[in-house]
Ligand binder design. Structure first.
Ligand SMILES: Cc1cc2nc3c(=O)[nH]c(=O)nc-3n(C[C@H](O)[C@H](O)[C@H](O)COP(=O)(O)OP(=O)(O)OC[C@H]3O[C@@H](n4cnc5c(N)ncnc54)[C@H](O)[C@@H]3O)c2cc1C
Length: 451
């Protein structure tokens, strides 16, 4: 390998690329990473982190309201969007410096600029060619927009993090987690929100009880959810953005946010020219070890469109470093990946949905609980929590665990360990609850719901 300038050249310093580069370097490899936009990638700069900070910001309104039942009188409430943006940007800048430090400390060569693959062992950045034993494509993904009239008036999540002003009215188009989260963020900050989704119910891929419960709770909060709603065009008219639907109705708004999907960011990388196989969405096709059809070229994270989440990209990066330089061929494990939607209320899920479990195992027992959380007794809030366990009747294993309610992500993370260990319902039942919590419901549900 010494014949090359580097042992590994990573394209993209996001969640997956940074981890693969740092760990490879720790194994003794000579590693370079090129980044064209921002260290830390989407998650740190235009994804998980700023999104969660916005979610926190948008919760306060409810918190102030809830406090009255506990005896509090809250004084004048004033929200300053520019202050939130300023503080969020400062934190992200800090994280950028942390990422630079992590790479530098690990001995990874950082290169600023856009990288292109010249041949299976050569990468070019701003006219500078470098040779490498292996190339890692960790370029992430980018929002995709439909081709409809007036789409240029819409923004994506990228711009939503930098809006000069908070709109008074917003239309959010999409039914994935990003759309749902932004609908909640805007609503919590006092914006009138309409969310449009072309299918019958949003959050496709999540358990049906989760989807229905969240829709009900979002509507209860006052978000105008419209399903089976297809946008025909967007028109700019006298200061308004008018969203025209295929059914002939129209909605006037100040902002239209499209969150209708993301495509792998793999165009113009030189992949086709060197013979790397890609699927019809532009994702690099890889095997379980993240190896592409060209043996020296590997790909991880959103660029491969497997499970597009930060911890998965990181796990794939770790596995790749082990495979290449740790002397241990390792596949990232994509089974039972837990996930959260930072909606309001939040969603947490791990394992199979009821529909998937019925298909895979046939006979399953469903345990479901709906209740009003203790806090809401005094706050007066009508919001209800939903928890659900799916058990394979033959083995008694818990194969799905789902929740809609406060702190769902925090709670499901713990139960994900139990599922990963193959815990049975008997073992759930043998676990003593922590009282009074919502989470205890997961270990106290005794009677399956009727088939
Ligand atoms: C709004 C939003 C919210 C999200 N929330 C969550 C969440 O709550 N939890 C979660 O787990 N995931 C979340 N995600 C998904 C998560 O951000 C991604 O799955 C993750 O960032 C993928 O990591 P990656 O390494 O594949 O790519 P990225 O993190 O996108 O990194 C790719 C990097 O490559 C760089 N790059 C691209 N092309 C080149 C090139 N030719 N040369 C040099 N550099 C290049 C890009 O600039 C980028 O920095 C969210 C995403 C979005 C958009």
């Amino acid at each position: 390998m010494a014949a090359y300038d580097f042992d590994l050249f990573t394209i993209g310093a996001g969640s997956g690329g940074v981890r693969a580069s740092r760990v490879s370097s720790a194994y003794g490899a000579r590693v370079a990473v090129a980044e064209e936009r921002y260290l830390g990638g989407t998650c740190v700069n235009a994804g998980c982190i700023p999104k969660k900070l916005f979610v926190y910001a948008s919760h306060f309104f409810d918190d102030f309201e809830d406090s009255a039942g506990f005896g509090w009188t809250v004084g004048e409430r004033k929200f300053e969007w520019p202050a939130l943006l300023r503080n969020k940007d400062a934190e992200i800048e800090r994280l950028g410096r942390v990422y630079a430090g992590l790479l530098d400390d690990a001995g990874v060569t950082r290169i600023e600029g856009r990288a292109r693959i010249v041949d299976p062992h050569t990468v070019e950045v701003d006219g500078r060619r470098m040779t490498t034993g292996n190339i890692l494509v960790a370029t992430g993904s980018w929002p995709s927009l439909p081709r409809i009239d007036g789409i240029e008036h819409a923004i994506t999540s990228n711009e939503a993090f930098h809006l000069e002003r908070l709109p008074r009215r917003a239309v959010v188009v999409g039914g994935g987690y990003i759309a749902v989260e932004f609908a909640g963020i805007f609503h919590g900050l006092g914006v009138d929100v309409v969310e449009l989704y072309r299918g019958p119910l949003f959050l496709r891929g999540f358990d049906d009880d989760v989807r229905a419960t969240l829709a009900e709770e979002m509507r209860r909060k006052g978000i105008d959810l419209r399903f089976d709603a297809r946008v025909a065009k967007i028109e700019k008219r006298a200061g308004d953005l008018v969203v025209h639907l295929e059914d002939g109705s129209a909605i006037a708004s100040d902002l239209v946010l499209y969150a209708t999907g993301r495509d792998p960011l793999t165009a113009d990388l030189g992949l086709e020219a060197v013979g790397v196989a890609m699927n019809d969405r532009g994702a690099v096709v890889v095997d379980g070890y993240s190896r592409s059809s060209v043996p020296s070229i590997w790909a991880i994270g959103d660029a491969t469109d497997r499970i597009n989440l930060t911890p998965v990209a990181i796990a794939e990066g770790m596995a790749l470093a082990k495979t290449l330089f740790g002397g241990e061929a390792t596949q990232a494990d994509h089974a039972d990946v837990p996930s959260a939607v930072f909606s309001q209320p939040a969603v947490g899920s791990v394992g199979l949905t009821e529909a998937e479990a019925r298909q895979r195992y046939g006979a399953v027992d469903i345990y479901r609980s709906r209740f009003r959380a203790l806090k809401n007794t005094l706050s007066g809030r009508g919001e209800r929590t939903m928890m659900k366990l799916i058990v394979d009747r033959a083995s008694d294993r818990v194969v799905g665990c789902h929740m809609v309610g406060p702190e769902a992500g925090e709670i499901i993370q713990g139960f994900a360990v139990a599922l990963k260990c193959g815990a049975t319902k008997v073992q759930f039942d043998a676990t003593i609850g922590i009282h009074p919590t919502s989470a205890e419901e997961f270990v106290t549900m005794r009677t399956p719901v009727a088939d």
